[in-house]
Ligand binder design. Structure first.
Ligand SMILES: Cc1cc2nc3c(=O)[nH]c(=O)nc-3n(C[C@H](O)[C@H](O)[C@H](O)COP(=O)(O)O)c2cc1C
Length: 191
């Protein structure tokens, strides 16, 4: 193990960039088929194991922010390397009216236990009910939404998960400091 003398100081941003790679996700929401949409999200964390609660960090300026804020649920969809192009399309500003499923050539299918859609082509689909129950209860609205700085964390309890049989999770797409990767291979460096 290196001694303390081998350590160097990092500024805060560099420290975050040095964290181990995180999954890149296609997050979808909308409580009716007409307003279903999907976006690329990198900020993700597990917040509780009993119950299983996960969170995604979303800027209020995103169209998906409004969709999730107005819905009871959202889905987290884990893409494989062959969905890199779809991830890039869904990560671009296309305007509130654009259906990113269509633009990215991916398929929206209604979730099994939520109103939001899942992305059919993703190998892992996680259906989440927003913490704090339904949007109808004023007191509940903010229970599952943490406004921390420039991103709001939506917390969701996992209510259903679909996974492809025999999928090699090493083929999951990761995003780390401007690079799309798998756990073992650099696929593309963003200019
Ligand atoms: C690799 C990558 C990761 C991203 N991660 C996040 C994120 O964690 N939170 C966020 O609010 N936006 C994130 N974005 C930006 C949104 O995907 C982007 O602004 C998108 O255009 C928002 O679409 P919308 O306004 O239709 O929801 C990310 C984009 C990319 C390409």
């Amino acid at each position: 193990m290196p001694s303390e003398i081998d350590k160097i100081d990092l500024d805060v941003f560099d420290a975050i960039a040095h964290l181990p790679p995180a999954p890149i996700l296609l997050v979808a929401s909308g409580d009716s088929e007409e307003n279903w949409n999907v976006t690329t999200i990198g900020m993700f964390n597990v917040f509780s194991l009993f119950p299983v609660v996960v969170g995604i960090g979303v800027k209020t300026s995103r169209n998906i922010y409004r969709l999730i804020a107005d819905s009871d649920d959202f889905t987290i969809n884990v893409p494989s390397t062959d969905l890199l192009n779809a991830v890039e399309v869904c990560g671009k500003e296309l305007g509130a009216k654009k259906n990113k499923f269509k633009e990215a050539g991916i398929t929206a299918v209604k979730g099994k236990r939520v109103k939001s859609p899942i992305v059919k082509e993703c190998w892992l689909n996680i259906e989440c009910k927003k913490m704090g129950s339904t949007k109808k209860s004023v007191s509940a609205i903010n229970v599952g939404e943490l406004d921390i700085g420039d991103h709001t964390w939506f917390l969701g309890q996992i209510v259903h998960t679909d996974v492809w049989n025999n999928y090699d999770r090493a083929k999951s797409l990761l995003y780390w400091d401007g690079e799309y990767r798998t756990a073992d291979k650099l696929l593309k460096k963003v200019p």
